[in-house]
Design a protein around this ligand. Structure first.
Ligand SMILES: *[C@@H]1O[C@H](CO)[C@@H](O)[C@H](O)[C@H]1NC(C)=O
Ligand SMILES: *[C@@H]1O[C@H](CO)[C@@H](O)[C@H](O)[C@H]1NC(C)=O
Ligand SMILES: *[C@@H]1O[C@H](CO)[C@@H](O)[C@H](O)[C@H]1NC(C)=O
Ligand SMILES: *[C@@H]1O[C@H](CO)[C@@H](O)[C@H](O)[C@H]1NC(C)=O
Ligand SMILES: *[C@@H]1O[C@H](CO)[C@@H](O)[C@H](O)[C@H]1NC(C)=O
Ligand SMILES: *[C@@H]1O[C@H](CO)[C@@H](O)[C@H](O)[C@H]1NC(C)=O
Ligand SMILES: *[C@@H]1O[C@H](CO)[C@@H](O)[C@H](O)[C@H]1NC(C)=O
Ligand SMILES: *[C@@H]1O[C@H](CO)[C@@H](O)[C@H](O)[C@H]1NC(C)=O
Length: 636
């Protein structure tokens, strides 16, 4: 806390905005130089040895991982801006490190970036060994976002952000009244009240961030294994290490079948979903009912409504005790299945299993639907944990590119894969491309950039909005990645990315201008992103939408009550099955504590703050990937 406060004061004194966009220079050799710089920067950011938490200055860190930070999206006047800049808590999670590793591999395999050392990759692969579900007594590849700590009382492994716990514990000891007084004296009254609210919400956050394994991390790990299988000759030690950590991939697909969201099933452990999911997904679901088709989708959490009753109170608990569907998680699910089959990592007969094939087909169709229908105009709900639509587009495009590349080698192993390639190709080249081009912002004649929302919601003393573009680098890199992954195919003989013949001129121009922006501005903006976030980000994302299933079950286990612990109620509050739209419209007229918010006006549209995860290394590596791919792209 003292540390935090010091940062704050330093920032008040030292902050200088240093954006000097260059306009008319041509990109070229500069790309090569930038790729090299970014490569070395990312390499340097990898944690080289384990470090313990030494309060209050040093966070717990683990060898092989890359830094990511928990921040809060404070925005508004100067004090809130400064607090956003200063506040960060180091976080170790599997997602960040696995993605950075995949980007390093892809930038080398499909772009012109240097080859990472087998050591660098190996050390990251090894670091995520700790993220396999430890509550199962068999080998499995069901992964958790955070590392797991053993709780002696409940005999359960619990996954949570260790440093955030440390931070709140430390802050709990600190005399908050004292800090508030200082802040008020300095004229930071807003901050003082925020500190007070933050401390009050401490238990809520600590409780919300005790989570089960999830299909996102699970399939990101499978995707990483698939890439390493393709690149085994270049990274033999890493490949072997990955295989030795993942000896039972069957567990992934068994899990997928067990936990898939099946709204039309009679099984009430999996036919009920978070009311926020139902709100954005319902038109897609209603259509299935009208067409008399069954449906099964990749959900976020690896837990069902039976298990949450027993595991929830022990700290392995889906937030709000209910599963949801997040389009980004779904995209990683589809990529994991596609790449593990095509790379030969899993049994090629996998999709002979009708149930898996259905989940694969239905989830791919969900992705296409989300792209075509603008996330039902509710990206806040459809991209519940991963707010960047550009990142989502890139994740979807990776599946298409994988299928395209494989098609060049020979027929795909299943007709359903041809279908997925064609349907994703159509929406990526159509609506996705148009949406990305629409979002580009010119910066002179020779550059364009893309902004999401981080840093674009501050106010000056006259209440005028200040645009700081703190996620501009990340968003621009992701826009390039989405477009170039969609419109080029890797040719394994020439080792170039070849632009497709039908690529529109605007796509080529936009990619080049965006790359030009990146090379000239790479170190002039904050390298921030909101690659992950808490699901609740202000009123539109509260789980206060219509439900038709509410149950309160008090935990049965006598053990805890005997030990004098209060039994907690595991409350289920969700939408079961699929109901006609007219019936849903009736429900929408009722009050669910509040009237369900129908529209979303962006994350800068209201003053609330919420936790997000920012990884500078991830911004650098995705920028490197974008530039390495641009410089390796050629016409046929
Ligand atoms: C593993 O756990 C299951 C369920 O708790 C139990 O039935 C089984 O006997 C255990 N197996 C081993 C080898 O410990
Ligand atoms: C272990 O679980 C119990 C019961 O939920 C909880 O009260 C306790 O704080 C946990 N211990 C640790 C170290 O987290
Ligand atoms: C906290 O600081 C305030 C103001 O300095 C003081 O009045 C109060 O007694 C302190 N509380 C504790 C528990 O030390
Ligand atoms: C692999 O995982 C499945 C569950 O999906 C389990 O039943 C099986 O015992 C595991 N096999 C091994 C060898 O651990
Ligand atoms: C979902 O899968 C089922 C079974 O394969 C199929 O009949 C249905 O049309 C699919 N729906 C979508 C939207 O993919
Ligand atoms: C997509 O949805 C967002 C958020 O509701 C909205 O602001 C935007 O205008 C929509 N875009 C289109 C093309 O409909
Ligand atoms: C792109 O912008 C045009 C013009 O504003 C709009 O009509 C169109 O719906 C947008 N397309 C997408 C996919 O956002
Ligand atoms: C800015 O907005 C705040 C809150 O709405 C208001 O209190 C303040 O007077 C405004 N300042 C100016 C200069 O308009």
């Amino acid at each position: 806390m003292a540390n935090l406060f010091r940062h704050l004061l330093i920032l008040v004194g030292l902050y200088v905005v240093s954006s000097k966009p260059t306009f008319s220079e041509k990109y070229g050799d500069l790309i090569h130089t930038r790729v090299g710089e970014l490569f070395r920067r990312v390499e340097a950011m990898q944690v080289k040895k384990d470090e313990p938490f030494i309060p209050p200055l040093l966070w717990e860190k683990h060898k092989g991982m890359y830094e990511s930070d928990i921040k809060f999206y404070f925005h508004g006047h100067l004090d809130l801006y400064l607090f956003r800049e200063a506040f960060k808590v180091y976080d170790d999670n599997m997602f960040n490190t696995a993605w950075i590793t995949q980007c390093l591999l892809e930038a080398y395999m499909y772009g012109n970036s240097p080859k990472p050392s087998d050591e660098q990759i190996f050390s990251s692969v090894k670091s995520i060994k700790e993220y396999h579900n430890k509550n199962l007594n068999y080998s499995n590849s069901l992964m958790t976002f955070w590392p797991q700590q053993y709780n002696e009382t409940t005999k359960t492994w619990v996954s949570y952000p260790v440093n955030l716990h440390n931070f709140f514990e430390l802050a709990g000891d600190f005399n908050a009244t004292f800090l508030e007084t200082i802040l008020k004296d300095l004229g930071f009254a807003d901050l003082a009240s925020i500190m007070e609210r933050l401390m009050k919400s401490r238990d809520g956050y600590l409780r919300a961030f005790l989570i089960p394994p999830d299909f996102d991390d699970t399939f990101v790990n499978v995707g990483l294994g698939s890439l390493l299988t393709e690149a085994a000759a270049d990274f033999p030690q890493s490949h072997q290490q990955w295989l030795s950590q993942n000896t039972n991939l069957t567990s992934v697909f068994d899990g997928l079948k067990k936990y898939a969201y099946r709204p039309l099933s009679k099984n009430d452990a999996v036919n009920t979903i978070d009311c926020r999911t139902y709100f954005y997904l319902r038109h897609f679901l209603e259509k299935q009912v009208d067409d008399k088709q069954d449906i099964a989708l990749v959900p976020t959490w690896i837990q069902d409504l039976n298990e949450v009753q027993t595991m929830g109170p022990k700290g392995v608990d889906m937030p709000f005790n209910i599963n949801n569907v997040d389009a980004t998680v779904a995209a990683n699910g589809v990529f994991g299945i596609t790449s593990s089959i095509l790379s030969g990592l899993v049994d090629p007969n996998l999709l002979h299993d009708q149930d898996l094939m259905q989940i694969y087909l239905n989830t791919s169709n969900l992705l296409a639907h989300m792209i075509n229908y603008n996330f039902s105009s509710r990206p806040d709900l459809a991209l519940l944990y991963y707010p960047s639509a550009f990142e989502f587009y890139w994740f979807v495009a990776r599946t298409y590119a994988e299928l395209q590349r494989s098609t060049k080698k020979g027929p795909l192993p299943y007709p359903v894969m041809d279908f997925v390639r064609d349907s994703l190709g159509e929406v990526l080249k159509g609506t996705m491309t148009e949406a990305v081009l629409n979002a580009s912002i010119p910066n002179g004649d020779s550059q364009v950039y893309f902004d999401d929302f981080v840093g674009d919601g501050d106010l000056d003393s006259n209440n005028k909005t200040i645009i700081r573009g703190e996620d501009r680098l990340f968003t621009t890199a992701m826009a390039i990645n989405a477009l170039i992954t969609t419109w080029t195919t890797f040719d394994k003989d020439s080792r170039h990315l070849v632009w497709e013949k039908d690529v529109p001129k605007e796509v080529r121009e936009t990619v080049e201008k965006a790359a030009n922006f990146l090379v000239h501005n790479m170190f002039s903006f904050k390298p921030w992103n909101a690659f992950f976030s808490g699901s609740v980000k202000g009123t539109t994302t509260f789980p206060l939408y219509p439900v038709n299933r509410v149950s309160i079950k008090v935990r049965k286990s006598a053990d805890y009550t005997n030990k004098g612990l209060t039994p907690e109620a595991v409350r289920i509050y969700g939408m079961q099955g699929v109901i006609p739209e007219s019936a849903y419209q009736e429900l929408l007229k009722e009050k669910w504590f509040i009237n369900a918010p129908l529209d979303f006006h962006g994350y800068n549209g209201y003053p609330d703050y919420w936790p997000f995860w920012c990884s500078e290394a991830y911004t650098y590596v995705t920028s490197m990937l974008a530039l390495a791919k641009v410089s390796n792209s050629v016409d046929l």
